[in-house]
Design a protein around this ligand. Structure first.
Ligand SMILES: Nc1nc2c(ncn2[C@@H]2O[C@H](COP(=O)(O)OP(=O)(O)OP(=O)(O)O)[C@@H](O)[C@H]2O)c(=O)[nH]1
Ligand SMILES: [Mg+2]
Ligand SMILES: [Zn+2]
Length: 290
């Protein structure tokens, strides 16, 4: 039989097949290791009884993310809260680079509009101008939830973002029967409490699956990403760079650089450019290690 791994608990894997969830173990001690199977994997299994089975094989992955670790997703939903905690723009840009590098559609939900200040909203809107799909949501005021729902139908979507931004809350708003655990945000430092502990794929009643994941604040760029590839992963750079004097322009200090001109004239947000430079230096430092 064939199915998709929704989650793992200890040495049990919960595999969905024919609208039923099977509790499976891995075949043999040596053929498959625990770490070989992650949420989202499509597997072949043999049934042992009405509810249990043994995983025999993993099918090749179409997409694979290392953080959050999940296979075969079609879409990345980045969740940032506009306040408590404030958006981490560098993490957002890292996730957008990762999504685009992994050939995933990316979608940004800016949550907690009920407590947002105008400045964060206007920064968030810059991402729309760049060309990203953004949705403003408030779980508290039930705003933007239907709009978000439309993007999730028939997709396999993974959520990513800081702890406490409201990832589990958004999934609960979409599918109230799931009743995922929600954590408070510590009021002094506005840091989430890492309520969600593992990656879990959840079936949506409108079709499709959504992966709730633990929050994180650090993300390294893909190891294989080369310095000359990064500029294609920033849409507002990619669109204009054919106007740079040199086709090899990395948009650092080269003369006749259209990208730098756009930053100076305010056409490209300064923080996006700063993040581009930061990522570029990181990649160059990484390349030197090999
Ligand atoms: N004001 C406001 N609070 C919200 C909103 N959405 C979620 N929260 C609150 O934010 C806190 C964190 O929510 P969670 O859903 O646990 O956040 P999470 O992203 O799943 O966090 P981790 O599982 O730790 O990664 C909870 O206290 C929620 O009630 C919102 O739209 N507005
Ligand atoms: Mg959570
Ligand atoms: Zn340039």
């Amino acid at each position: 039989m064939e199915g998709i791994v929704l989650s793992r608990y200890s040495s049990f894997y919960y595999v969905q097949s024919d609208n039923k969830i099977w509790e499976c173990r891995l075949r043999g001690k040596h053929r498959l290791k625990k770490a070989d199977v992650i949420a989202g994997d499509k597997v072949e299994f043999t049934r042992v009884n009405e509810n249990q089975g043994v995983i025999e094989n993993i099918k090749p992955r179409v997409t694979e993310l290392y953080r959050p670790a999940v296979a075969n997703v079609t879409q990345l939903l980045i969740v940032m809260s506009l306040k408590a905690p404030y958006p981490n723009w560098t993490l957002l840009d890292r996730l957008l680079v990762l999504g685009s590098y992994s050939n995933l559609k990316s979608l940004i939900a800016f949550n907690k509009t009920d407590i947002a200040d105008d400045n964060s909203v206007s920064l968030a809107n810059e991402y729309k101008k760049i060309g990203y799909t953004i949705v403003f949501t408030s779980v508290k005021e039930k705003k933007g939830i239907d709009e978000l729902q439309c993007f999730l139908n028939n997709e396999i979507t993974v959520l990513a973002g800081l702890s406490g931004v409201g990832k589990s809350s958004l999934i609960n708003a979409l599918e109230p029967e799931l009743s995922l655990k929600i954590g408070a945000v510590s009021s002094k430092v506005e840091i989430g409490k890492h309520t969600t502990r593992y990656v879990q794929l959840l079936p949506l009643s409108g079709g499709g699956l959504v992966a709730d994941t633990p929050g994180f604040s650090r993300l390294h760029l893909p190891m294989e990403l080369k310095r000359e590839e990064l500029r294609f992963l920033f849409p507002e750079i990619e669109r204009v760079q054919q106007n740079c004097k040199f086709s090899s322009c990395l948009h650092k200090q080269e003369p006749g650089c259209r990208v730098r001109e756009n930053v100076e004239s305010g056409l490209m947000p300064k923080w996006r450019y700063d993040n581009y430079l930061e990522f570029l230096e990181e990649i160059i430092a990484q390349e030197r290690k090999f």
